[in-house]
Each structure stands twice: as C-alpha cells, then as structure tokens.
Write a protein that binds this ligand. Structure first.
Ligand SMILES: C[S@@+](CC[C@H](N)C(=O)[O-])C[C@H]1O[C@@H](n2cnc3c(N)ncnc32)[C@H](O)[C@@H]1O
Length: 299
C-alpha cells in the first residue's frame, strides 16, 4: 500500500513530460496532480500536505490513476474530468458547456479592485460574457451588498452558471441573463467586468489540444480577435453610471489593441499571480474614443 505522498509523486510523474498543456486553472504538472488529490480525498491542499504519511486504500488509488489516464488519453482539461476547479478561492463546477475559469481577474476580486474602486460604493455590477459565472459569482460572494448581473450568449454556459449560482447560494444576489452582449441588459452598472472572446482564428488554429475541448464561441472573435472587445468598449458607456468603470480582459491581444487605437491611453493592470492583458477604462474615456471604435467596427 502506498502513502498519500507516494500517490501524489506517482500522479505527478505520470503527468510530467507527457505532452500535456497546463494552463486551464493549473500552472504545471505538480499543480494538476494536487488537483486530482483534492478531488479524490475531498480535502484542501493543507489537509493533504498534513497527512502525507497516511496509507491510501486501493480503490482511491485506482480512482486517481483512472483520472490521470483519462487526462492523458483525451487531452481534456483536468477541470472537465474532475468536474470542478478553484477560482478566486472558491470551488466552481466546470464542464464542456463553458471555458475553464482561469482569468487573472480573480486576483482583482481578491484585492477588492484596489486602487481603482471603493467596492463599498458599488451597488450594481455586470459580468459580461460570464461563461461558468466564475467572475460575477466570486464578486458577489465576497461582496454581499452588490447585486450582480451575469450574462452570456450561450444557453449551455448559462445553465452551468446557474448551477454555480445555486452552489454558492446566491439566487437572491446574482441574476443570469441570456444576451448577445448588451442586447437584453438594462443597467445602469457601477462596474462592468468582462473576459470576452479575444482570440483570432489564426491563433486558435495553433493552440494546444486542451483549448479545442472548450467551446470555440468562448475563445474566438473576428477582426483578429478584436471584434467583441471593441463592441464592448463602444457600447459599455450606455450601461455605465457616471463614475462607472469597465475592466476588460484581452490577454495577448493587448498589443494589437494598443496598435489599433494609439490615441487611447490604456491602463494595463499588473498581476502578482500571473496573467496579463486586463485594462481598466472609465466611461468618460470610452465616450471620448467612441468614433474610433465605431470606425473600426464599420469601416
Ligand atoms: C473567454 S470566455 C470567458 C468566460 C468567463 N468570463 C471566464 O472568465 O471563465 C467568453 C464567453 O463569452 C461568451 N460569448 C461569446 N460571444 C458572446 C456574445 N456575443 N454575447 C455574450 N457572450 C458571448 C462565450 O459563450 C463565453 O462563455
């Protein structure tokens, strides 16, 4: 019989040098092996680390090994195989209906959006393109005074988001709306947060297999990955209160966005825990450049 520590080492070794890509809620093979341990033992990282010498029964070993071989054989993100993932210190259900939560916006939520916002003054917020609901739900969970709308075009994504709303017991505080961007939303919002699709077709074709297991609707958008981000920048002012802010993630499309709109003084946020390509824009700034955004979308 092996100990927990030995099982962890075995899982880690099986996941290492196996051609897998790590980036869907985990950073490397070690992180992913720990995700399997947390799932099979239903324990936190600390609980697992404190009980490394405990012997593991054969059934649990087999369960963990089966999960890892499924990962190696299918190249599905581990979150889809175990059905859950950690985001902003909370557990979220995860499956093929929506992207695996991994946005650096989790760190912003953890830092109360400092120094840009005083969350105590925020009453209503929107998580646009919510997918699994992770951003809006985490925001609501940590800030019980904020009413949060979460919206997505995909019915499938919204059904998963609704499961996550229930999981966190937030039915009274979080409202899920099916909407093509702002079409079905009324606002006004003090805060809009969005991690929309921002990958070009060309970039998509070169992504590791793990991304191909996620809904393509969540990743790609025309005009080299800029169409949806620019539509959001164009329409957001109409839905923002006077002092409202938009936090928009565009990942590696940040350089193209800068080059496309050289007059806009984008403020990019630095993250301590990894990730980049999130900017913060005020309503005033967005209104100032709305002609540029319009020309880009309808040249
Ligand atoms: C990058 S995923 C992000 C999901 C989630 N915010 C997260 O961080 O995990 C983008 C999401 O945008 C949604 N989406 C794509 N086009 C949309 C549109 N026109 N209107 C609303 N949502 C859209 C997709 O269904 C997908 O769930």
């Amino acid at each position: 019989m092996m100990t927990k520590e030995q099982l962890f080492t075995q899982l880690f070794e099986n996941l290492t040098d196996s051609g897998l890509f790590f980036g869907h809620g985990v950073i490397d093979a070690q992180d992913e092996a720990m995700m399997v341990m947390m799932h099979v033992f239903k324990q936190t990282v600390d609980e697992i680390l404190c009980s490394g010498q405990i012997k593991v029964d054969m059934q649990t070993i087999k369960k963990a090994e089966k999960i890892v071989s499924q990962r190696l054989n299918t190249l599905k993100p581990m979150a889809y195989i175990v059905g859950e993932v950690q985001f902003a210190g909370l557990t979220f259900k995860s499956d093929k209906r929506a992207l695996v939560p991994r946005s650096p916006i989790a760190e912003l939520i953890g830092n109360d959006f400092q120094p840009w916002l005083n969350l105590n003054t925020i009453n209503k917020a929107l998580d646009l393109c919510t997918g699994s609901g992770c951003i809006g739900i985490a925001l609501a969970k940590y800030n019980p005074h904020i009413q949060v709308d979460i919206s997505d075009l995909s019915k499938d994504a919204l059904s998963l988001a609704k499961t996550n709303i229930e999981l966190h017991d937030l039915n009274q505080q979080v409202n899920a709306v099916q909407s093509d961007l702002f079409a079905e939303l009324t606002g006004p919002y003090d805060l809009i947060v969005s991690n929309p699709p921002y990958v070009s077709e060309n970039e998509y074709s070169q992504l590791p297999q793990e991304y191909k297991k996620e809904p393509k609707l969540g990743l790609t958008t025309p005009q080299e990955g800029l169409q949806i981000p620019v539509k959001i920048m164009l329409d957001a002012p109409e839905y923002l209160n006077e002092n409202g802010l938009l936090f928009l993630e565009v990942g590696y499309t940040d350089e193209l966005l800068e080059d496309t709109f050289p007059a806009v003084d984008f403020e990019w946020i630095d993250f301590e825990n990894g990730g980049h390509g999130v900017c913060v824009l005020s309503k005033h700034q967005l209104l100032t450049f709305s002609k540029d955004f319009k020309n880009f979308l309808m040249p």
